[in-house]
Design a protein around this ligand. Structure first.
Ligand SMILES: Cc1ncc(COP(=O)(O)O)c(C=O)c1O
Length: 451
């Protein structure tokens, strides 16, 4: 109904020439009512209780990727190759848009947009009105940290372990607005972290001025996975008795957790979670999400004009936009819709495999890799052995060897790894649903040969 009114409004205003434009706008509107619950229970591992890797096993899953079969893909998570259902969806939408952009948008835009948001909500938990689409983690972090409201005297606390995207988004915010930033260190030796010490370090890092805790769930520089639910519980404890405007909001870069960790996002207790969908989720390149707790959305304003009905309708009528905050926060403009809409298939791919099955598989391969590396003289594991405090990323150091050179040496042997882009670089491997036990054993053997 809202959509029809908007179309009529826009047509009346004579501001747009063709129906395709309207459909394009329609395609960018996060569920305005915010009540579009997904059909499946994100949090559960239902998929988990479902088929797991399916009849073809994990080799069958691997077979759905066009990755070079002659190589062992331990850096596939850096920027994803996507599996067949995603590739086919992209191709189908691309063809439709190439043939008749206006018509395809008009006929299919709203439905495909809703499908993608519903699949995201089914995967993440909550409802589709809580999900905003972006182009990447970096996009989402920039929008979130640029738009969170801070009152005079309030500060943002981040950690020394976060990636450039978080630090730079906050630095830009501080430069623009004078916002106060503080960095805390959660650990000195990543391999020796414990849940208790990590939570205690966060508790120590908060003070009465802290409004935002900006952290990364799985550290891409060390492989440490923060105990997010426990940290959120500690923050909730800190917040007890504080006025809503003084409570600490927990925000997380979750890009190395999305597609690996099985928890439903609402169960974690965080306020905002930001991730690209083109790493461990193996979704379309150039896609990402920001998930926000319903009440928390009120704390953030948009930066890029939205193409939501509320935004454009208000502009036409010459008033300030009002309406669901996620819709107004989501960047507008026309998008690479063939990729955005194919997010439906990316989330469904994981739901069909089962979130728990994917988590268990990733964890089993990472453990196998760590066990193999631990016995090699000259190799120091940087990532914790404990699967509760690590995810798919495995970082290591080889005595006397430069990580960049090791990456090149491994590549010559068909083993694709990466070096961490941090001041203290490490060799980094990411076993995932596109690697096998054999790949892991080959990587261990190759590193033994290089140590
Ligand atoms: C922790 C972390 N956040 C964000 C990014 C950037 O992700 P995106 O390409 O989705 O912006 C990376 C690495 O690429 C990362 O390691």
């Amino acid at each position: 109904m809202e959509e029809l009114d908007r179309r009529a409004l826009l047509r009346r205003a004579g501001l747009v020439a063709g129906a395709g434009v309207l459909a394009g706008l329609a395609g960018c509107d996060p569920d305005p009512a915010g009540n579009g619950r997904g059909t499946g229970p994100a949090g559960q591992t239902a998929g988990a209780a479902g088929q797991g890797a399916g009849p073809g096993g994990w080799a069958g899953v691997r077979g759905q990727f066009e990755l070079d079969p002659g190589k062992r893909h331990f850096a596939a998570f850096v920027l994803a190759s996507h599996p067949r259902p995603v590739a086919e969806a992209i191709e189908q939408h691309r063809r439709g848009l190439q043939a008749d952009t206006d018509g395809y948008l008009e006929d299919h835009g709203q439905r495909l947009d809703r499908q993608a948001r519903t699949a995201a909500a089914d995967y993440l938990g909550g409802d589709r009105g809580q999900v905003v689409f972006t182009r990447s983690t970096t996009d989402g972090l920039g929008l979130l940290y640029g738009g969170l409201r801070l009152r005079p005297g309030q500060e943002v606390v981040t950690t020394t372990h976060d990636f450039y995207s978080t630090h730079e988004a906050l630095r830009l915010r501080a430069e623009r607005t004078g916002a106060r930033l503080r960095r805390i260190t959660l650990y000195e030796d990543p391999a020796a972290v414990t849940t208790g010490r990590l939570v205690a370090a966060v508790r120590r890092g908060l003070d009465p001025r802290t409004r935002v805790l900006a952290q990364t769930w799985v550290h891409s520089g060390t492989g440490v996975k923060l105990p997010m639910a426990e940290i959120c519980a500690a923050v909730a404890d800190h917040n007890r008795g504080r006025a809503p405007a003084d409570r600490v909001l927990v925000c997380a870069d979750a890009v190395h957790a999305l597609g690996v960790e099985p928890e439903a996002v609402p169960d974690l207790g965080c306020d905002f979670l930001v991730a690209g969908c083109h790493k461990w989720l193996f979704g379309p390149r150039g896609t990402g999400v920001v998930w926000g707790r319903r009440e928390a959305w009120a704390e953030v304003t948009g930066t890029v004009p939205s193409f939501s009905g509320a935004g454009i309708g208000a502009w036409i009528e010459g008033r300030k936009p009002a309406g669901p905050r996620p819709a107004l926060f989501e960047p507008g403009g026309y998008h690479a819709y063939e990729h955005r809409w194919a997010l439906a298939e990316a989330f469904r791919f994981h739901l069909d495999l089962g979130k728990r099955a994917v988590a268990d598989r990733t964890r089993a391969l990472a453990t196998r890799l760590k066990d193999g590396l631990a016995g090699i003289p000259g190799v120091r594991l940087v990532t914790p052995r404990d699967p509760e405090l690590s995810a798919g990323i495995v970082c290591l150091e080889v005595a006397g060897r430069n990580p960049g050179e090791l990456v090149a040496d491994l590549r010559r042997q068909g083993i694709l790894a990466s070096a961490t882009p941090y001041a203290e670089p490490y060799l980094r491997l990411g076993p995932s649903i596109v690697t096998s036990e054999e790949d892991v054993d080959a990587a261990v053997a190759a590193i033994r040969g290089l140590a």
